[in-house]
Write a protein that binds this ligand. Sequence first.
Ligand code: PLP
Length: 393
Amino acid sequence: NYEVLMGILTQKIYESIRNVVGEDSFIPLHTPFFGKTEEKYVVDCIRSNFVSSVGEYVDKFEKAIREYTKTKYTILTVNGTSALHICLLLTDVKKDDEVLVPSMTFVATPNAVRYIGAVPHFVDVSKESLGIDPFKLDEYLSKIAEVQENQCYNKKTHRQIKAIIPMHTFGHPVDMDELTSVAERYKLTIIEDAAEALGSLYKNKHVGNFSKMAILSFNGNKIITTGGGGAVLTNNEDLAKKVKHLTTTAKKPHPWEYVHDMVGYNYRMPALNASLGLAQIEKLDGFVEKKRILAERYKESLKDVEEIEFFVEPGYARSNYWLNAIILNKEYIDARDEILDVTNKNGIMTRPVWKLMHKLEMFKDCPRMDLSVSEILEKRIINIPSSAHLIKD
Ligand SMILES: *Cc1c(COP(=O)(O)O)cnc(C)c1O
C-alpha cells in the first residue's frame, strides 16, 4: 500500500544520505568553515583600527575577488540584496518598468526590483539548469513583447521591459549564451544574480562575466562568508565608478569637505567583514573541490533510489554545487513532506526549495508567464546537507 511504499522510500533516502554524511547526531544544511587565518586577519584588522569602510582589507578582498572571477572591477557591499539594488539603479530601470526575474529564486531578487518601484515579471525555469529557460522565454516574449526604437514593451501592460535577472540556482549556471541572444533581440539589460555561484564556471569562464553587472553574496550560508556581505562585479570602468560612488553616500572626493552630489546609499562593506572574507576566499578552491566530491558521493549513494534523481550540473557548466538537491520523480511528490519530516527529525537537515515568488502576498498580482516547470519543481526539490567540510581532508 501507498503509505508503506512512502515509508520505504523515505528510509532509502535517509540511509543514502547517512552513508555520505556519517553518523553525527545533527548534520546542518550548510555551515561555514573557519580556520586560523580567519582569526589572524580579523584580529589584525581590529588592531589596525581600520575596521570600517576604508582600510587595506577592503582593497585586498576586492582584489582577490577580481582575480578569482577574472572580472575587471569589484565593489564590496553590505550584502547581496544591496548589490542588486545598486545594479538596478544603474541600469536605468525606473518606477513602473518591468524586470524579468525567475519565480523560483530567493526573495531578495524581486525585492530589489520593488525597492525602485519597478515591477517583477516572473518567468519560468528549465529542468536542466533550474534557472531561467531561455527557449521558453523567447517563445513567450515573441507573443507578449514588441521592440520599438530599441526599447522593449509589454503589449499587455504597456509598460517597458528593461532588464532580466538570471539567477544561478544552487550554484548551477544558467545557459548564458542562449539567454544573451534573447536579451539582445529584446533589448534587455542582463544583471546576473550570482549570489549562490561564486566558484562556478559557464563554458570555462567564471559567472558574472556574462552581463553588464553581476552580484555576489557572502551571507553566512553561502560558499564563503563575511558574516554578511555582497559585491557588484563588472567589466565596465564607468559603471564601477558609479557603483562605488552610489554605495559611498555619493560623496565627492575632497580633502576635507562633505559634498554629496545626489542621494546616495551607505552600502559599503566594513573592513572587519572584508578581513574575514579575505581569509575565506583563500579557501575557496578547496571548498569547491570538496563540494564537487560531496556531490559525486551523493550521486553514487543515491543511484539506486529509482524514485528520485540527484541534480547534476548542466553539460556546459562546472558548478560549485553550493546546495545539493534531490528531485523526486513526478509520481512521488506526495512523499516530499514525509521525507522532510523524517530527515529533520533524525538529525539530517533538509529543506524544500523557496516558495515560488508569485505565490507570495506582495508579488501575487505581478505579471507572469506560464510557470508550470517552476510549479512542479517546487513540489519535487529537496535540498540536502552541503557543507564543504563534510568531506574531510
Ligand atoms: C543569498 C542570495 C541573495 C543575497 O542575499 P543577502 O543575504 O542580501 O546577501 C540574492 N539572491 C539570491 C538568489 C540569494 O541566494
